[in-house]
Design a protein around this ligand. Sequence first.
Ligand code: SF4
Length: 462
Amino acid sequence: MCGIFGVFNAGGEAAEQVAIGLHALQHRAIDYAGIVSTDGQNFFVEKGAGTARQVFSEDSGRLSRLHGPSALGHIRYPTVTDDETRDNIQPIVMSCEAGQFALAHNGNLTNVAALRRELEKRGGPLKTSMDTECFGRLFCEAGGLIVAKIAQAVGQIRGTVTMCMLFKDCLIGIRDPSGCNPLSIGRRENTWFLASETCAFDMVEADFVRHVRPGEVVFLSRRGITSHILKNPLGIPRSGCIFQNIYYMFPSSLSDIGMDLDETDRNSEEISDFRLRLGRRLAELFPVPDADVVMPVPDSANLIAAGWTTKRPAVMSVPAILRNHYLGRTFIAADQAVRNARLRQKLSVCKAQFAGKVVVVIDDSIVRGNTMRFLVRLVRSAGARASHIISASPRIKWSCRYGIDTPTDGELLASRMTTEEMRAFFAVDSLNFLPIKELRALSPKPESCCYACMTGRYPLPE
Ligand code: SF4
């Protein structure tokens, strides 16, 4: 998973604004960060390994080398196909008869192997191992105006593209017809923004304008917004990633996943509301009658547990599982050894709150199960009388093909074990998952959501 933040016409502070925006999106990826800016003549590129704050620290001097009023930034999680010997940090800069441009991508092309073969046969070796460059090459090869070139490139890919392109005189946002990944438009007077999540607009004092619609291309320029709807000859269904609402997105972000699109395209739900609804329903389904305390696994389960206790007010919600906020998420650390070390450094418990209690631990999901197993051991060693786990996601049994960096099928605990085997593996008194039909019922338009990692039914054509 990645994060994108772009700004058009921000005076002399475009790169600073993008660095702030990337920092606000840091929960989406922590391994690489890059910014490309333009002064209307030239492009300036700065990239590095680490968080946005690390890569663009004052000491690095990088921001001072990014000139111009417009800029595009990207934060990235490396994928298994990454080749560390090649330049795989985005945005990438390319050039064709439409001009020079920077490209930043959130998503995953499922036909990348075939595309690479064809593109390299036609145009020589690609410079990176990222599928993003394949999209850029398809764009460059296509004929016509920019929007026609984008339509031709989108028409040749399978999978998901949420993409931003920065040209010398405009910033472009593209959301493929599935709308799998979010992208939104913000504005502060004559300055325009594009961001993976609306929480980033608050950080630069921009107002949320609307979401980019699934299948839409928006041009942000001195003329304002121009919109084009892409044709959808394959009939690709709208398939917003429901897992982003449960886990990935920041609680203050607005999501259009599973919402009706009204004519102003502003129809949204704040993630916090979705997670509270989720928690209330979990309490109706799994009330744990003898529970003394409920403890959320921070941070994504905090609001889910808050929702649970609104239906079970006699149970005290105690934030006794503590997270060190200066380390990244374990799930988005690329390597297992790194994940284990981060887990030990990241989570601790207030032991006094567990002694002699019946404890309900609520988490957003169980993926590999490492975090939950580690936590339950801490809870039991702190003297809990009984422990119960509630997962706000259904069993995650299938790997994501659309850009969310879930592990391979075999690494997913639920793909290897029954629920009873998982309960024994965690050594808890009960383990419950939100049933898929209940998750579907929580969305106003379940037919417009992707649930493939929970059902094995991948909605997009291969
Ligand atoms: Fe999201 Fe799961 Fe679908 Fe991937 S498979 S897009 S994680 S719901």
